[in-house]
Design a protein around this ligand. Structure first.
Ligand code: DOR
Length: 423
């Protein structure tokens, strides 16, 4: 029987309200015991002295580009990035080529990820065929094949009746609709509507484009009883809308990308196309409102929206493919919020673990006895630089390229097996 003890670490597991110095005994990939000073002579030991030990992180929003655009990323490179960032479970988005709108693509992704055995990769199926917004995909067959959620991410679902029907089916299937909220007639451009778009003469994405879709989704979730999750929230009014629907008891949740908590539209002046993302980086007042909502607990989880693109696709802001890589940088970015006193360590861990797992309705993000031993062990203060040596993505599109980051994953364990170790 394989036995492993994670010893002397500072455990933070919000799912069982546990915080303090504990050892964790793992047997056959499952958490067997949590206690002070566990002694099992035949067990292997990982010494986590001075480190934080948490349930393995869960990311509900990742682009792996596989199948179809594997020059940007593939399931293997994306999985390696994920575990280096502390994520043991990731949900991959359906905007691949072909898109995840048929059981065969779902089976391809699951098969490849399982064979690699690095990270748990769970596909989100497309809501509409080809992600074209015209006709529903066969959500029943996609769920049966293994999809854990549905979204047309990258694009909104503009047709209200289609979205309503998708939500009705999601209720039947006991699954969640994830939505990229941006009205595509209002959000057609490259950067946030404001000073920077005016200064650089760039086409715009209006924040109202996001707010309108959030309101639409909240209303439809109210009438259908569906679970709806708002992807990459960026606007201050969007925060207000989500609070309103939550107060009303609508089953609405939301995520924030650490980039939107860190940067504003001004980052485009420094980083050019590497700061181009949809929805775009917004104004300081939006960023502050998002930070306040994270602190107050209205924002449920962090999500990286890891969106790799090749350098040639990032040459000019106006024409650049939108997106920023984020699996390896999410933890240090979130730790900045902890160090600045915006959030506690417990809240940080909750937003990376228990909350995203609950949104998906999956039994991860916890170290309760009997759970899969998915564990992230990190150093709050270790400094490192994201560069050619440390980056595990095939892409490098991030404003953080070459920057010193503080906070590093030291071990990632999936089902009792070390899948990443810092060297
Ligand atoms: O910036 C983005 N990039 N936003 C999305 O919604 C899609 C993503 C991508 O696929 O590159």
């Amino acid at each position: 029987m394989l036995k492993l003890i994670v010893k002397n670490g500072y455990l933070v597991d919000p799912s069982q309200n546990l915080e303090g110095k504990f050892d964790i005994l793992i047997e056959n990939g499952v958490v067997k015991e949590i206690d002070k000073n566990i002694l099992v002579p035949e067990a292997e030991i990982i010494d986590a002295d001075g480190l934080i030990v948490s349930p393995g992180f869960v990311d509900v929003h990742v682009h792996l580009r596989d199948p179809g655009q594997t020059y940007k990323e593939d399931i293997e490179s994306g999985s390696r990035c994920a575990v280096a960032g502390g994520f043991t479970t990731i949900v991959c988005m359906p905007n691949t080529n072909p898109p995840v709108d048929s059981p065969s693509v779902v089976k391809y992704i699951l098969g490849k990820a399982e064979k690699l055995g690095i990270c748990r990769v769970l596909p989100a199926g497309a809501i509409t065929k080809g992600r074209k917004g015209k006709e529903l995909a066969d959500l029943y067959a996609l769920k049966e094949a293994g999809c854990v959620a549905f979204t047309d991410d990258g694009s909104p679902v503009m047709d209200n009746s289609l979205m309503r029907r998708a939500m009705e089916i999601a209720v039947e299937l006991d699954t969640v609709i994830l939505d990229h909220c941006e009205d595509d007639k209002l959000a057609y451009g490259a950067v946030n509507e404001g000073e920077i778009s005016a200064l650089l003469g760039l086409s715009e994405r209006d924040p109202s484009a996001e707010d309108i879709q959030i309101a639409r989704d909240g209303i439809l979730a109210h009438y259908t009883g569906a679970r709806v999750h708002i992807q990459h929230l960026t606007t201050s009014f969007g925060v207000e809308l989500i609070k309103y629907f939550k107060d009303k008891g609508v089953k609405i949740t939301c995520e924030v990308n650490p980039n939107h908590l860190t940067f504003t539209e001004k980052e485009v002046l420094r980083s050019g196309a590497n700061a181009r993302v949809n929805p775009p980086l917004r104004k300081e007042e939006d960023r502050r409102k998002l930070l306040e909502a994270v602190r107050e607990g209205f924002i449920d989880c962090f999500a990286t929206d890891h969106a790799p693109h090749a350098p040639f696709e990032k040459e000019l802001v106006e024409f650049a493919s939108p997106g920023i890589i984020g699996l390896q940088t999410a933890l240090p970015m979130a730790l900045n919020l902890y160090r600045e006193g915006v959030i506690s360590l417990k809240r940080l861990v909750e937003m990376f673990t228990m909350n995203p797992a609950r949104i998906l309705g999956l039994p991860y993000g916890t170290l309760k006895v009997g759970s899969p031993a998915d564990i992230t062990i990190f150093d709050v203060n270790k400094e490192w630089v994201l560069n050619e040596e440390t980056n595990l993505s095939k892409s490098r599109n991030t404003p953080l390229w070459g920057k010193v980051l503080k906070g590093k994953v030291i071990y990632t364990i999936k089902e009792g097996r070390v899948v990443y170790k810092d060297n």
